[in-house]
Ligand binder design. Structure first.
Ligand SMILES: [Zn+2]
Ligand SMILES: [Zn+2]
Length: 368
């Protein structure tokens, strides 16, 4: 066991993330120490590193909130995962942010994603506990929920389940159930959009339409049973709305799931929705105000849902989803990026930012 963990630390926004050697504190109580096997990079990490979320992130911080790790040391108490399985050295785990279980969000609203006392991995502050996944080793602190990763699931794919896929599972849980007659439009062809398209198909939607770019991402779904893939690089919003209307006998989509991010996606989604349809907003992340015709919303009886992050039940659903469909849908294509080392973490963040990789994967054990 080493005394130090190499980790990507963000101390200030001017110099950006840099590798540091951080002392490894022995785990106590129900804390778990894991060796990180794979850490996937997220748009959120780019925003954190650039200071977009400087009101929420607490510096210095160890970057990375997505990951899979192998247990190397356990605190003194017996520790069980959220299925009730005892955790031992060598187990491969995924873990959620920690929720206190006592605040209004946790205990009364029963929405742990709104916990008022949470510590998010990758959000800091780094005060001795290795609370980020861009690190050789990471601590899983006491109030985090953990799950063993089923055998046979690739660590990078399991890592993507700890953000994109569990987010989709939560979003589906907050919508009205998909009906077998539903036409579902997915806006966005990043990892969240692709997983949402897969989930819509497997939930039994009559038609699933995926709208996004670039073509190489739409191509990942080439063997899937989607009704239509629309490339936003070669179409205008009006073309896309027309195509949805054509595919729905002029009615519009029953369900739109926004996984795209920009303000315009929200408006475009509303314009594709049938009267009485439901829209799920899961991608929006820009801080701008979007004008909405609230009278039309009422007259059309539109339902708008939103969903943030996920709790451990959705991680569980995500792992089960991978067990069921990773092979047949070739979901490993979502994490098919070259593997980055910690030393190349900046390149991985750049690749995420400029879109050259959809889901960069950092393997911290590999040396530069
Ligand atoms: Zn993420
Ligand atoms: Zn709480």
């Amino acid at each position: 066991m080493k005394d130090y963990s190499r980790a990507v630390v963000l101390e200030n926004y001017e110099t950006g993330p840099e590798i540091q050697e951080c002392p490894i504190l022995p785990p106590t109580g129900r804390t778990i120490l894991v060796e990180v096997e794979a850490a996937t990079v997220c748009g959120t990490d780019v925003h954190i590193s650039e200071g977009t979320f400087d009101q929420l992130a607490r510096l210095p911080l160890i970057m990375g909130h997505e990951g899979t790790g192998k247990v190397v040391e356990l605190g003194s108490k017996e520790i069980y995962d959220s299925q009730g399985a005892r955790i031992s050295e060598g187990d491969r785990l995924v873990w959620s942010h920690n929720w206190c279980g006592r605040c209004y969000g946790c205990a009364i609203a029963k929405q742990p994603t709104l916990c008022e006392n949470t510590m998010g991995y990758g959000w800091g502050p780094f005060e001795g506990v290795l609370n980020g996944t861009f690190s050789e080793y990471a601590h899983i602190v006491e109030d985090s929920r953990v799950l063993k990763v089923p055998n046979g699931i690739d660590p990078a794919l399991a890592s993507s389940a700890t953000c994109a896929l569990r987010t989709v599972m939560h979003a589906f849980g907050r919508m009205n159930p998909i009906r077998f007659s539903d036409t579902v439009v997915i806006l966005g062809a990043g990892p969240v959009g692709l997983y949402a398209a897969a989930a819509s198909m497997k939930a039994g939607a009559y038609q699933t339409i995926l709208i996004g770019a670039p073509a190489s991402r739409l191509e990942i779904t080439s063997t899937w049973d989607l009704s239509s893939r629309i490339d936003i690089d070669s179409t205008d919003p009006e073309d896309r709305i027309d195509e949805v209307l054509q595919l729905t006998n002029g009615k519009g989509a029953d369900v739109v799931i926004e996984c795209a991010g920009p303000p315009a996606a929200f408006t475009e989604g509303l314009n594709m929705l049938r009267k009485g349809g439901q829209m799920m907003v899961v991608g929006q992340a820009h801080g701008e105000k979007v004008p909405v015709d609230t009278t039309a919303l009422k007259v059309r009886q539109t339902t708008i849902h939103t969903s943030l992050s996920a709790d451990i039940s959705h991680y569980y659903d995500a792992l089960k989803f991978l067990e069921s469909f990773a092979e047949t849908l070739q979901l490993d294509r979502i994490v098919a990026s070259p593997r980055y080392t910690l030393a190349n973490a900046r390149d991985a963040l750049d690749a995420m930012k400029n879109g050259s990789e959809m889901k960069p994967v950092i393997t911290p054990k590999e040396k530069a």
